[in-house]
Design a protein around this ligand. Sequence first.
Ligand SMILES: *[C@@H]1O[C@H](CO)[C@@H](O)[C@H](O)[C@H]1NC(C)=O
Ligand SMILES: *[C@@H]1O[C@H](CO)[C@@H](O)[C@H](O)[C@H]1NC(C)=O
Ligand SMILES: *[C@@H]1O[C@H](CO)[C@@H](O)[C@H](O)[C@H]1NC(C)=O
Ligand SMILES: *[C@@H]1O[C@H](CO)[C@@H](O)[C@H](O)[C@H]1NC(C)=O
Ligand SMILES: *[C@@H]1O[C@H](CO)[C@@H](O)[C@H](O)[C@H]1NC(C)=O
Ligand SMILES: *[C@@H]1O[C@H](CO)[C@@H](O)[C@H](O)[C@H]1NC(C)=O
Ligand SMILES: *[C@@H]1O[C@H](CO)[C@@H](O)[C@H](O)[C@H]1NC(C)=O
Length: 600
Amino acid sequence: MPSIHYSLSLVASAFALGVLADDTAEFDWSGIQPTKNLVYHPCYGTFQCARLEVPLDWHNASDPRTVSIAIRTLPAVVRHDDPTFGGSILTNPGGPGGSGIQFAEDFALPLQRIVDRPGRKHYEIVSFDPRGIGYTTPAADCFHDPVARSAWMLEYRGIGGLTGVGHGHLSESAMGYTLAMNDMFARHCRQSEAKYGEILSFVNTPSVARDMVEIIDRIDQLHNPTTKNTTQQDLASTAVDEAVINGDGKVPRLQYIGFSYGTALGNYFASMFPGRVGRIVVDGVTDADDYANGDPGWLGNTIDDDEILERFWKGCFQAGASICPLANDTNISSASRRFWSWVKSLDEQPRSLEGPTGDTVVLTGDDVRRSVGDIFDNPIPGFRDIANTLHRAMAGNETDLFRLAVGRNPLPLFHNGTSSQLQPVDLSSIDQQYSILCGDGKDVTGKPVSYWMRYAEKQKAMSKLLGSYWVTSRLLCSSWPVRARWLFNGPFKSPKADSRLLPGIPAAPLLFMSTELDPVTPLRAARKMAKGHPGARVVTQEGMGHCALQSSPSNCTRSILAEYFDTGKVPDRDTFCKADCGPWDLNCHVQQGLGIPEID
Ligand SMILES: *[C@@H]1O[C@H](CO)[C@@H](O)[C@H](O)[C@H]1NC(C)=O
Ligand SMILES: *[C@@H]1O[C@H](CO)[C@@H](O)[C@H](O)[C@H]1NC(C)=O
Ligand SMILES: *[C@@H]1O[C@H](CO)[C@@H](O)[C@H](O)[C@H]1NC(C)=O
Ligand SMILES: *[C@@H]1O[C@H](CO)[C@@H](O)[C@H](O)[C@H]1NC(C)=O
Ligand SMILES: *[C@@H]1O[C@H](CO)[C@@H](O)[C@H](O)[C@H]1NC(C)=O
Ligand SMILES: *[C@@H]1O[C@H](CO)[C@@H](O)[C@H](O)[C@H]1NC(C)=O
Ligand SMILES: *[C@@H]1O[C@H](CO)[C@@H](O)[C@H](O)[C@H]1NC(C)=O
């Protein structure tokens, strides 16, 4: 299976964890009959899977259409009636468009090990594919045809990014062509909606937040069969708060951890359904206000990137040439100059390359900027890897040049050594990502090239390295064909928490986490978002990378997390956590994600 970044990063990696390939045997989801109540089936080894049926349109009780949400649960190590059972923790890996089902493969067990307190609290970890995504049906899919999709992707790639090929500065013709490509994309979406039925206008975040209420209610019902069934009339937020009353008069409450875009989902949830908040942790925090209301927004995301690049060079020279071969240069400024002049030469004259199995590809300066930027998500082990790759690539090693060109995005058409084949379409295709992010955001259709050029200039001013690339995150909405049926524009705030489980009031304050320098969700966004939730605290973890838990190991961060899920207590004040080790330390490893030492 390809990486989850396959089609996402062709356009922009947006806000997602680097969830990697799911190597496990496939599970046949179509063998599960979707049900209104939660019915689990064994799956993926020790997991339990279900398909939960919910209304397509939460606001129209007479609309019979439904969505079946794929749910993958790692059971707790104790039974649910054990006094140490801590309940369910729902997760979201980001994206938008990231697959919770894939995420669970690598992350559920490490996460459970972090939050469990042996003999005291044991949780089940519940992942799901949000509406439109992955194994949840119907899928948001504008192509229904891998050849058409691959053709679109290859033509898009051929533009060479917004700098265009042969330029190295923002190009109006590249922008114009990109807008036309987006329009073409929108045509595919319209055709698909007409032929296969509507889905694109029903997959954005408010509906997903509402689905999460349903998931926790149905989990509660599974454990406690006297729980009332919800009806489609229970829709307004207060009604949702009161909808499901247990014997003890308490409503089920969400325990949740969301990464990256998943922090926006957590913020939407807390703001829309504050009475349903049990514990909410958000790590790698999106500015939800900018995300929902920005015009076009998404301008502050890359503000730390050039500083991260600076620190990359500093760390490299401190580590020395035996660890970071790029340090085999007189000083930082000459190494950095050498890098940029090499990128410029590729901007002016892209190179054709051949991969190990005979694939061919063109490498542009844009590919290098993007590959280096991608690495910022995971400095461990990314910094050392990219230093070696760049060193060899600048010396002309074709294998490494090829690797930079392809990056985390395998080519949609690839050569397997014998013949060319189509890559299977990844679970989180751009349709799924964009139906959510264009659906949540302001309508930016119908804007001229000049509007987007001004925007691109501003983005470039934010970051020399990634600014022009980051433009594409919002740009693909330039012809987005539908408006979402359910919008939530904020305010992103909740009332002061109270542990007595009062109606309409969160049971605990929100816990925000961030690294010091995050390439797409800067710390400043965490501080800004925390202000909307009284009592919320920001835990800042030493170092760089996207999301604290996944970028470096830190016992400090992990123990705050476990304490919070257990007791609902956040630190007394905003807190700084040291990382246990850093990107240039030889023995520093992270489990794929979640900053826990690698389990051999
Ligand atoms: C609600 O759904 C019914 C049945 O599909 C449809 O006829 C009606 O137009 C819908 N109402 C709204 C407001 O969308
Ligand atoms: C909820 O609905 C299901 C059918 O979907 C039914 O079997 C169950 O008895 C209902 N529960 C209650 C408490 O009404
Ligand atoms: C550093 O550069 C020198 C001279 O160019 C070369 O002889 C040496 O092998 C290089 N070392 C590394 C680690 O690349
Ligand atoms: C860095 O090295 C170059 C020669 O490679 C030299 O010209 C320049 O002055 C040095 N810069 C600093 C800040 O030492
Ligand atoms: C090029 O780099 C690869 C590692 O990516 C290495 O295996 C190979 O030996 C290098 N080729 C040359 C000619 O140095
Ligand atoms: C490559 O693809 C061809 C055609 O689908 C197939 O016959 C061949 O076995 C594949 N080779 C490898 C190494 O997978
Ligand atoms: C983190 O915790 C582990 C196990 O609890 C321990 O072995 C390790 O030394 C700790 N690291 C630091 C830096 O405190």
